[in-house]
Design a protein around this ligand. Structure first.
Ligand code: CO
Length: 150
């Protein structure tokens, strides 16, 4: 378990498209553990591997309902739209209104290599979309309708 350094906007790794995880080995499980520690330490609700300098499709999320670990996540459904405020640990002290789907279904692998589906509404739907955008090299500030600093 370790607290990792969080890359800030401007770092190349945040712009790169990530690679899928080929094999869930000890290194990937340690990455999941360290990402969770880092997210909780920074008081975040989600963290994607590029944010800790690793260009792989790995995400952790906790919107207050417990840890969700996603390996190679993909959307299988998106419904509705909703605008709400977002921030990002890689873009400190910046907030923006972003339009997202209000209801999503994501398929991913868990740390045991099993495929599972997760359905998200509201804040969880938003976190899933924000974090999966990171895996495509997209930051929320590129999608934000309005930006404020605070
Ligand atoms: Co972010």
């Amino acid at each position: 378990m370790a607290i990792l350094d969080i890359k800030k906007a401007g770092a190349k790794v945040l712009k790169d498209k990530t690679q899928p995880v080929e094999k869930i080995d000890r290194k990937i499980k340690k990455l999941l553990d360290d990402m969770a520690d880092t997210m909780y330490h920074a008081d975040g609700v989600g963290l994607a591997a590029p944010q800790v300098g690793i260009s792989l499709k790995v995400v952790v999320i906790d919107v207050g309902e417990g840890i969700i670990e996603l390996i190679n996540p993909q959307f299988v459904d998106k419904q509705g739209t909703e605008v709400a405020t977002e921030g990002c640990l890689s873009v400190p002290n910046v907030f923006g209104e972003v339009e997202r789907a209000s209801h999503v279904i994501v398929e991913a692998l868990n740390r045991n290599g099993k495929t599972f589906k997760i359905e998200g509404k509201g804040m969880l739907a938003r976190a899933l979309q924000h974090e999966i955008d990171h895996l495509d090299g997209i930051l929320f500030i590129e999608k934000a309708i309005t930006i404020s600093k605070g």
